[in-house]
Design a protein around this ligand. Structure first.
Ligand SMILES: Cc1ncc(COP(=O)(O)O)c(C=O)c1O
Length: 413
């Protein structure tokens, strides 16, 4: 495997590593702000090239990188971006930080308990309901919510209105005086086959065009990210020009001048490349002339997505002062600092130089579903997050309390 050479954000991480570690220690997640905004600009400009921008919105998938301060900052200055929430907890957190632009939020979660569903709908965001029962609850409420249908185009998904139920749902809503506002369908994630994404969009456009009450089509997320890429440059991974051209052609063909808003819910494509996971080397041992075990001060529980998805990410190594350590000496297993005998941060050994205690191992492309998946199994606390921005860095989430095992026990004998 080639060691990656060019990496946006890595020079900034190298430059600030020493001060970051002196301030917050390791392990930590770092996000490169410019990498995120460049991915957003790529989506926006690609839609603009096909004259789709005026009616398009990209609602960033909150659960991919649920740092609300960062997300609201990212979308606040540009109306072509919004937020995609998938859990009532995300809506609650947005409320608590004083978010007020609910017309820029779209909720596309699963089948919810009535209380949660009504709390989400009460904000005024579009709620893409995922079942007939949830539709019924909203239609019976006095809220006059903006309802979308999360449609299951496959007929086998766990959530979503099946095509066989669609006409019924649309006509019930019409009859009850709250016509369905939007159609949403999620194509799945990490879709490399552009033809599949295009087909998904075309099918949804065809369905929506048959129903005059539909004002918005939401194509979900799913854009491909190539984790083996040396550069992590998402703009080289999906031919967005071809994609948006096909979407525009289908829209023009089916809608013939009728106004329709278009929405997407990108997660991975926007955030993945921005994220680095940095962990300190505690010790290492040679297993053979070409292989080694590297023990680090983190656990797979800090970034479980790699193990869950059995996905090998690119890595590099930094000296304590931040310099990239050149060359490859060993195929190294990155071993976590817990009791679990299978605590490996990456599923397979990765090419690394010879490392000494105090050096750092950096795992690339963990901006999406990385820190978001961090959990407390094996009693580990969740790492902090920092943002690399404009030649400086900022803590955007503190490390979890060291006594987190006592959370929720307060006040109990
Ligand atoms: C409903 C919904 N929207 C958007 C996304 C984001 O998808 P991606 O990260 O593949 O762009 C997901 C991810 O699972 C999802 O479930």
């Amino acid at each position: 495997m080639m060691r990656p050479s060019v990496r946006a954000g890595l020079p900034a991480l190298s430059k600030h590593l020493k001060t970051i570690r002196e301030s917050i220690g390791t392990p930590f997640f770092a996000y490169d702000f410019a990498t995120i905004t460049e991915a957003m600009a790529w989506l926006k400009n690609s839609a603009a090239e096909q004259d789709l921008l005026p009616q398009s919105r990209f609602c960033l998938a909150v659960f991919a990188l649920p740092n609300l301060r960062l997300l609201t900052e990212l979308v606040s200055h540009d109306n072509h971006f919004g937020l995609n929430c998938n859990a009532p907890e995300e809506i609650l957190a947005l409320r608590e930080i004083g978010w007020g632009e609910w017309s820029r939020v779209v909720f596309s979660g699963g089948v919810l308990p009535a209380n949660d569903l009504l709390a989400v709908a009460s904000t005024g965001c579009i709620v893409n309901v995922a079942s007939r029962g949830n539709l019924e609850i909203l239609l019976s409420s006095p809220l006059r919510p903006r309802i979308g249908l999360r449609v299951d185009l496959t007929g086998i998904a766990l959530k979503g209105i099946r095509l066989s139920e669609l006409e019924d749902c649309l006509s019930i809503a019409r009859a009850r005086g709250t016509p369905i506002h939007a159609l949403h369908a999620y194509p799945g994630t990490e879709i490399e086959d552009l033809g599949l994404l295009i087909r998904h969009a075309e099918v949804l456009i065809n369905i929506a065009a048959k129903h005059p009450e539909i004002e918005e089509i939401n194509f979900g997320g799913g854009f491909w990210f190539n984790y083996s890429s040396a550069t992590g440059d998402v703009r080289t991974m999906t031919d967005l020009s071809t994609y948006f051209e096909a979407v525009r052609a289908a829209r023009d063909r089916e809608f013939r001048g009728r106004y329709i808003r278009l929405a997407w819910e990108p997660g991975r494509a926007v955030f993945a490349a921005s994220g680095f996971f940095v962990t300190e080397v505690l010790e290492s041992r040679e297993n053979s002339p070409n292989t080694a075990d590297v023990y680090v001060d983190a656990s797979f529980t800090n970034v479980p997505v790699l193990k869950i998805r059995n996905r090998q990410h690119q890595t590099t190594a930094l000296r304590a002062g931040g310099e990239v350590i050149p060359g490859v000496r060993y195929e190294s297993r990155i071993c976590g600092c817990t009791t679990l005998s299978s605590d490996l941060l990456l599923p397979r050994p990765c090419p690394l130089p010879e490392l000494t205690p105090g050096d750092c191992v950096v795992i690339f492309d963990v901006g999406a579903y990385g820190r978001a998946g961090s959990y407390n199994y094996l009693s580990k606390r969740n790492p902090p997050e920092i943002l690399l921005r404009s030649d400086d860095w900022y803590v955007i989430r503190r490390r979890q309390r060291p006594d987190h095992l006592l959370e929720g026990l307060e006040g109990h004998d």
